[in-house]
Ligand binder design. Structure first.
Ligand SMILES: [Zn+2]
Length: 464
């Protein structure tokens, strides 16, 4: 030691020795007394106002002096105490100002009947505890944050009140139901597709109703449910279709030729900034027919979320006057090029041919939700008729309305054409329920509306 050299040369007395020892030991003693870790900053939050099937509990801790030492999340309910999270770290020793430490912890845990057995209804405490870095002489008490919540596992009550719900494959139907006011989301759910219910105007018993469609490629009603979910995620689902009728799809083969592909690819790509150029004509065409078709379908679902909660339509929808049906709804198309099957897509509208540049009337009253070049559909108008019901007019040569404009049945929206994925002048007409394409035949049929829609939502449909 360097001290032994200097002490030998200066011949220290006993007092000087003591002073030296004190100078060395005093800071160590001071640190042992006072250099405990400061209280870590703790946070605990829930993503729902209580505990149901699964509530996400976010937990965090921060201590940047000596670092975190131990963290525990404990569930406390009655006599039950269960550790959900346990983390142990190595803080810096009390005498060290260097070395590694963990300054921050962020985690989460799902708490609810899906992750924990025998969860009881009633109050529950989630205790988030952080130990503090200790010294030889001091062991400070841990820091505790409690989150108090209620466990509620009862889903909203839900009863169908419509007499009999009949739906065809690819068709539409309405269901009227009663749901209690704990529900934050209710409607019909079919796989990934959701049709939100709305209060039924004029109902004296606070009923809700929902217009929904059956997928064009479905086979039965097994996956069609009326469902209601509360703020805690408790869900009740009940079947809501009494009679389901299959309507087999039609099949067709489309022969592709280079002239047609060259026309549609160059036009659509020039009008659609997001689409990437393809190495050759066929792959360019397939990208539009597949990828862009999918993107456009998704955009129609997004657009449907802007649908207003008011009925803007009356009676049957009208078909393009003096038109001939070129292709029906739900036509499964095989695309063939040079003798090879290169694609398969389902055509989900009606292709209607009239004279070239025929004026296109609004099929019913509504508000213009979209009026622009729209991917494979070319120049397109979409009308919102309210409560998720929309009609789409595409391949137009001209647009004569603007977004937001209200139109009456028969008002001219534009003229037919062949913009987008179209070979010749025609109108592609679709009807949509919350973005799902449904069979327009039903909506053109006054008797179908009178029998299937009007009796269930009479108050909604009355003109008073
Ligand atoms: Zn079409």
């Amino acid at each position: 030691m360097t001290h032994s050299y200097s002490s030998r040369s200066s011949k220290p007395t006993g007092r000087r020795w003591l002073l030296l020892v004190l100078l060395l030991v005093a800071p160590l003693l001071a640190m042992a007394l006072f250099r405990v870790g400061p209280p870590p900053g703790l946070e605990i939050t829930a993503d729902r106002p209580g505990i149901g099937p699964s509530t996400r509990i976010d937990i965090s801790a921060v201590e940047s002096t000596r670092g975190l030492s131990s963290l525990t999340l404990t569930l406390i309910q009655g006599d039950r105490q269960e550790i959900l999270v346990q983390e142990d770290f190595n803080p810096r020793p009390f005498w060290a100002f260097w070395g590694s430490r963990t300054q921050q912890y962020d985690g989460y845990v799902e708490v609810g009947s899906e992750t924990l057995d025998d969860l009881e209804v009633g109050p529950i405490t989630l205790r988030w505890t952080a130990g503090r870095a200790a010294t030889w002489l001091r062991h400070p008490a841990p820091v505790v944050r409690d989150l108090e919540l209620e466990v509620d596992l009862t889903p909203p009550s839900l009863q169908v009140t419509s007499d009999q719900v009949i739906i065809d494959q690819g068709g539409s139907a309405v269901v009227v139901y009663r749901v209690d006011d704990t529900a934050v989301r209710d409607g019909v759910e079919i796989d990934d597709h959701f049709f939100p219910g709305r209060p039924l105007p004029g109902s004296t018993t606070a009923e809700h109703f929902v217009l929904f469609g059956a997928p064009h490629d479905g086979t039965d009603s097994d996956n069609i449910y009326l469902t209601a979910v509360d703020a805690l995620g408790n869900r009740r689902s009940v079947p809501c279709v009494d009679i389901y009728r299959s309507r087999p799809m039609t099949h067709d083969v489309i022969e592709l030729d280079e002239g047609f592909m060259a026309k549609v690819v160059s036009e659509i790509v020039s009008q659609t900034p997001d689409i990437e150029a393809a190495p050759d004509l066929l792959s360019g065409y397939l990208r539009l027919n597949g990828e862009l078709r999918g993107t456009n379908s998704q955009q129609l679902i997004e657009l449907s979320q802007t649908s207003e909660s008011r009925r803007m339509w009356r009676g049957a929808f009208i078909q393009l006057p003096n038109s001939r049906v070129m292709a029906p709804f739900a036509d499964r198309r095989i695309y063939r090029f040079e003798g090879r099957d290169v694609d398969q897509q389902d055509h989900l509208g009606f292709d209607l041919a009239s004279v070239r540049k025929a004026p296109v009337p609004a099929a019913n009253g509504g508000r213009v939700a979209l009026a622009r070049y729209f991917g494979i559909y070319g120049n397109t108008v979409v009308l919102d008729h309210g409560y998720g019901l929309m009609s789409l007019y595409s391949h137009l040569s001209s647009l004569e309305v603007e977004v937001g404009q209200e139109v009456a049945q028969g008002d001219i929206l534009g003229k037919t054409g062949k913009t987008g994925l179209a070979g010749g002048d025609h109108l592609h007409y679709s009807m949509l329920l919350w973005g799902m394409q449904v069979n327009p035949l039903e909506w053109w049929d006054r008797h179908w509306i009178e029998q299937r829609i009007a009796p269930h939502v009479g108050e909604l449909l009355s003109d008073g």
